[in-house]
Design a binder for this molecule. Structure first.
Ligand code: SF4
Ligand code: SF4
Length: 370
């Protein structure tokens, strides 16, 4: 059995700090002792202010850092943002100023070590700092995810894949969400965070996890030593069957979903949490996948009024499927693997996913017949 601790909370620091400290205590934060090297991994997807709900809130990061420092631990905060430097993300998110006066090292993941995560991926490069820390504390944000449905505790560790290795893995795994869920689950199992605390106070619904998503007040923090149990608890709180979340599905198939989960504390009642629309995976003979993908599966489109021609999406696209013609973006939908990384990294919310006309018809047919 695994235990998940839940607490209704706000970002007011006088309210939040004792709740975070209590959560760390009951999760056996005593493991952190004088001189322990503690790596804190928030969700630092991209530079955005806290009201956009894209990154872990500065007060959550501050509370956990203060706890570790009180125990005598040495704190390093790291991530590998999809776009922009860690420093820029830390500044714009307000985390840097929230940490003022605290003895913290802030350093982007740079060097990697090879880790065997098993079949079918085998050796994968993961951030050395995450693999060598005495204790890893995982601080995910509760958000929807256009490709994976939700991004919670397990998925947050994908940030331990350094820099442009991330889009390379997207390319290798392609449009197969179940395979990508398995990859994320294996990365989580390799990093083995000692504690996971999820920021679900100002969450995100709709077309997350980037600027196309909608901030949504949920008002809760959840903590566990087992992020698989935590993710399943959050899914159920939102009315989502954990099997529908690809990272949880991978844990279920691996026999690692705990049979029973004890939830200690209050969970908020959440109604009408808007999930991103996920079109079915490709199916049928392999030769047909290219066509199914092209004509049925949601594809990225630009809102030309919002696009500032910064080129971030083009530079990040793992498939080289975007080119710029003057001020216009052109997508090569034959090449596009539907990973939606471009939507995730666009700093201006100028990209969204849209079903091709045939896909719309197909989905309507499925709804009518099911
Ligand atoms: S165009 Fe966007 S969705 Fe398509 S492969 Fe490139 S990043 Fe992924
Ligand atoms: S769609 Fe977004 S990321 Fe791409 S060029 Fe336009 S503003 Fe930049």
């Amino acid at each position: 059995m695994s235990t998940v601790y839940s607490s209704i909370a706000s970002y007011t620091y006088e309210d939040l700090k004792p709740k975070l400290f209590h959560m760390m205590e009951v999760m056996n934060g005593e493991r952190i002792t004088r001189g322990s090297h503690v790596l804190i991994k928030p969700n630092l997807l991209a530079a955005a202010t806290p009201d956009r709900a894209m990154v872990t809130h500065p007060m959550i990061v501050r509370g956990v850092v203060e706890y570790v420092l009180e125990k005598g631990g040495k704190v390093r905060i790291s991530d590998s943002p999809a776009m922009g430097s860690l420093e820029k993300v830390m500044k714009e998110s307000g985390i840097m100023s929230a940490l003022q006066g605290l003895d913290v090292e802030v350093r982007e993941f740079r060097s990697s070590v090879m880790v065997d995560v098993g079949e079918p991926f085998h050796r994968i490069e993961l951030a050395e700092a995450a693999m060598t820390a005495d204790i890893v504390i995982n601080l995910p944000k509760l958000k929807t995810h256009s490709q994976m449905l939700l991004t919670l505790g397990v998925k947050n560790l994908f940030g331990c894949v350094v820099g442009f290795r991330k889009p390379q893995w997207h390319l290798r795994v392609g449009v197969d969400r179940e395979m990508f869920g398995l990859l994320l689950y294996r990365i989580y199992s390799a990093v083995k965070p000692a504690f996971t605390i999820l920021d679900g106070i100002l969450a995100m619904d709709g077309q997350g996890p980037g600027k196309s998503g909608t901030p949504r007040h949920v008002g809760v923090i959840l903590g566990s030593r087992d992020a698989v149990a935590l993710d399943a608890t959050v899914s159920r709180m939102l009315g989502v069957d954990p099997e529908k979340v690809f990272t949880s599905l991978a844990a279920i198939r691996a026999g690692e979903m705990p049979e029973s989960i004890e939830v200690v504390g209050e969970l908020p009642s959440v109604s009408q949490f808007i999930l991103p629309r996920i079109t079915p995976l490709v199916f049928g003979p392999r030769q047909t996948h290219k066509y199914l993908r092209k004509y049925l599966i949601q594809r990225p489109v630009t809102d030309e009024k919002l696009c500032r021609s910064c080129g971030d999406c083009r530079r990040y696209c793992p498939a080289g499927a975007i080119r710029q013609e003057g001020k216009k973006l052109r997508f090569d939908y034959d090449r596009c693997i539907r990973c939606y990384c471009c939507i995730e990294v666009c700093p201006h919310g100028a990209l969204k996913s849209e079903e091709p006309p045939l896909g719309r018809l197909f989905n309507r047919f499925i709804q009518i017949t099911s």
